[in-house]
Design a binder for this molecule. Structure first.
Ligand code: GLP
Length: 272
């Protein structure tokens, strides 16, 4: 059964104003001609969200899908007038989905390092404005709750950027995972550790076994969701996501319950 989603033809949109409620849920799909076009459009949507009033925290993700998006965002920002760049820099407030347990912000492989190198340093944004769970917290479960509360105190996410894991995870919400699962410390599956090994010299045994992640509950509380899926490797899981009804064995499928999901995908990811 093919699930419903509205496709947008012509000038790609998914701009904040167009990210309004989809009639009856479903994704607004933008199938762009290349992964470069996807990265550029995602960056435009992120920048628009940064400049929106009233300001809301940006929900950010990590992984290879995000690398070209952040590079495109940095390029877009650096083209803006100096005054606008300064405003963006001083008002920046983002919350990442997750962080590995046992890795500190200076350690290679940590998501904090990934965010510092891709966004913090290029845009000269102070580390305290780019929020991630503390991977070195004594009590990761307590840290997950602290982090969720800090996000709530900051007003909750306006636009949530998401990638899609090969086993259908979002953040580190591994299957099986219910829609009401909240921020917590999780055990990473062998397939996820294999998929993420590239940041650890290609050795799955070098990937931490646990992580702190926002849950589906927090993700679904975002005002708007921008799901980005590129590359042939994601074609099978994206096909499952577009065809299957929401279920715990495909955590990303709970996104069908959200009223405003924009899916940006390239032809390779849609080739399933
Ligand atoms: C990790 C991250 C997810 C990300 C996934 C896919 O598990 N926690 O947020 O979506 O990897 O990453 P990639 O874009 O490298 O395929």
């Amino acid at each position: 059964m093919r699930r419903s989603f509205a496709t947008t033809t012509g000038e790609p949109s998914c701009a904040p104003t167009e990210l309004g409620k989809q009639p009856g849920g479903g994704f607004q799909l933008l199938d762009l001609p290349s992964s470069e076009a996807v990265a550029r459009h995602a960056a435009e949507l992120l920048l628009a969200a940064c400049l929106e009033q009233p300001r809301r925290p940006l929900g950010l993700a990590t992984g290879r899908t995000m690398t070209p998006i952040y590079a495109a965002l940095v390029a877009l920002v650096q083209e803006r007038p100096a005054k606008e760049q300064e405003t963006l820099r001083s008002h920046w407030c983002s919350f990442n989905l997750d962080e590995y347990v046992g890795l500190g912000p200076e350690q290679a492989g940590s998501f904090a390092t990934e965010m510092r190198l891709s966004i913090g340093q290029p845009l000269a944004i102070a580390p305290h404005q780019v929020h991630l769970p503390n991977g070195l917290a004594e009590d990761p479960e307590a840290e997950a709750i602290r982090y969720r509360d800090a996000l709530c105190k900051a007003g909750g996410v306006g636009l949530q950027l998401l990638g899609l894991g090969l086993n259908g995870h979002v953040g580190f919400n591994e299957p099986p995972c219910a829609a009401n699962t909240t921020a917590r410390c999780v055990q990473l599956s062998a397939s996820t550790r294999r998929a993420n090994a590239s940041a650890f010299g290609g050795d799955p045994d070098g990937v931490p076994t646990r992580a702190i992640t926002l849950g589906l509950a927090e993700i679904l509380e975002a005002d708007r969701i921008l799901l980005v899926v590129t590359g042939a490797a994601k074609a099978a899981v994206l096909r499952r996501l577009l065809d299957q009804p929401p279920s715990a064995d495909l955590p990303a499928s709970w996104l069908h319950q959200h009223p405003s999901v924009c899916l940006l995908a390239d032809p390779a990811a849609l080739s399933g």
